[in-house]
Design a protein around this ligand. Structure first.
Ligand code: ACO
Length: 401
């Protein structure tokens, strides 16, 4: 047992809050989130309005710079991002060093970090021009290398950004254009992706964003900080959940499609299995993004004429959880990742790439939070601990152990 009085005497008063369930780490002007009411706003604008009426780069500009861009500002932003979409050719040697079986998130984290080697200039965050260039550079290069992780996995030649197309269309052609023939992205697919990227653009102090801020708080560069964010996002309790959801649905399907059996497993405290895509640290009512995305999933599947049996399993789980005491009492509702994987699958995106999709969407948030943290001159992030190990011990020489 911990002797609190003794600990206080040793360490001073320390708030112990594992997982930071109730500790704020910063003040922020970027995203407002009310988990009880299911409200999400970027810079004061409701997520529902942004998903319905804005485009991804417009939202990225809003999240990063604080205001919706004028038409001219948006066009300039797109043009400036385009300028930085060429990635140093030597980066290809680094990609070639990975086995084809490497997970795209691991490759993406490494490549993002490697960008530092080719762009060593330290950004002066207070110089607006330098900061703006760093934003455009990150938005441009990250999209390209993110798609290269897929090309590598498939053994395809790498594609270059097409200056005649928009950012999201470019994502599609960078991913799927074959060396033979032209490529034109399906509009339904592009619109759906645009929406998905908007829904993921920021989510205040989640695990990957806090990672970006804490790494950046040591004044590590933007690429290095974002690379750490990619690694944090990879885990199945965070962004990796979208891949885990799809794999879980596939497993249930292979096992005869018995959703009730998996509900029972999720409730069994002796079984480590969790229903992936359910629950959220902050949303205890519903995840507003899940509502929007569920509607989008229905539309996309209908328009593309996709009849996916996995969707039936997803619906069974969702309906069962809504009336199940275990899930209701713990306020476990489907989160954004429960539906995003279903759309990605319908769009032909391989399961291993799902979390990379999340990373592309979350990039504006990471950049905005890094920029805000540096401009606000936040101190280095350095949590304390409550030591529970041995008291002072006499050293034991090797021959006495
Ligand atoms: N399936 C079954 N039980 C669950 C689940 C789940 N998906 N999620 C939480 N629980 C249970 C826990 O076992 C715990 O039960 P107990 O009170 O009897 O011990 C209770 O609900 C509270 O769960 P915690 O783990 O304490 O909640 P926390 O806030 O720490 O975790 C998290 C939130 C990580 C999202 C969790 O709900 C989870 O693991 N979900 C599945 C993974 C997932 O979908 N992650 C994506 C999150 S959204 C995103 O990153 C965009």
């Amino acid at each position: 047992a911990i002797d609190i009085e003794k600990l206080r005497a040793l360490t001073g008063a320390i708030t112990l809050d594992p997982g930071y369930k109730n500790s704020g780490s910063c003040k922020s002007d970027i995203t407002f989130l009310d988990g009880e009411e299911g409200i999400l706003r970027y810079r004061g604008y409701a997520i529902e309005d942004l998903a319905e009426q804005a485009a991804f780069l417009e939202v990225a500009y809003l999240v990063i710079f604080g205001e919706l861009p004028t038409k001219l500002q948006l066009e300039q932003f797109e043009t400036d991002i385009r300028k930085y979409t060429l990635v140093n050719e030597e980066m290809k040697n680094i990609i070639d060093g990975f086995p084809k079986t490497a997970h795209p998130m691991g490759v993406l984290s490494s490549l993002t970090s490697a960008l530092t080697a080719f762009n060593p200039k330290v950004v002066n965050v207070e110089n607006e021009k330098e900061m703006y260039e760093a934003v455009c550079k990150t938005m441009g290069k990250f999209l390209v290398i993110a798609t290269w992780t897929y090309r590598k996995m498939m053994g395809y030649p790498l594609n270059y950004y097409d200056n005649t197309q928009g950012y999201v269309e470019n994502f599609m052609q960078l991913m799927f254009k074959l060396p033979t023939g032209p490529y034109s992205a399906n509009k339904v697919v592009v619109d759906a992706l645009d929406k998905l990227f908007i829904l993921h653009a920021d989510h205040e102090q989640n695990c990957s964003t806090s990672t970006v801020r804490i790494v950046g708080s040591s004044h590590a560069g933007l690429f290095a900080s974002i690379s750490a964010g990619v690694s944090a996002l990879w885990g199945p309790l965070h962004g990796g959940a979208n891949q885990a959801v799809l794999e879980m649905l596939e497993d249930i399907q292979k096992d005869g499609g018995d959703a009730a059996k998996y509900m029972a497993k999720a409730k069994d405290k002796d079984d480590p299995f969790r229903l992936m895509g359910f629950g959220h640290r902050v949303y205890k009512n519903f995840d507003p993004r899940a509502r929007i995305i569920k509607k989008a999933a229905d539309e996309v599947l209908r328009t593309l004429g996709v009849d996916d049996p996995i969707l039936n399993i997803a619906k069974q789980l969702e309906e069962a959880a809504l009336v199940d005491d275990y899930f209701v009492s713990r306020k476990l509702y489907p989160n954004v990742d429960f539906y995003s994987g279903i759309i990605y699958r319908a769009l032909g995106i391989p399961t291993d790439m799902f979390t990379v999709m999340f990373a592309i969407g979350r990039l504006p948030g990471w950049i905005a939070q890094w920029k805000e943290m540096r401009i606000n001159k936040e101190p280095i992030g350095r949590p304390r601990q409550v030591y529970t190990g041995e008291p002072l011990r006499n050293f034991v020489p090797m021959d006495k152990r």
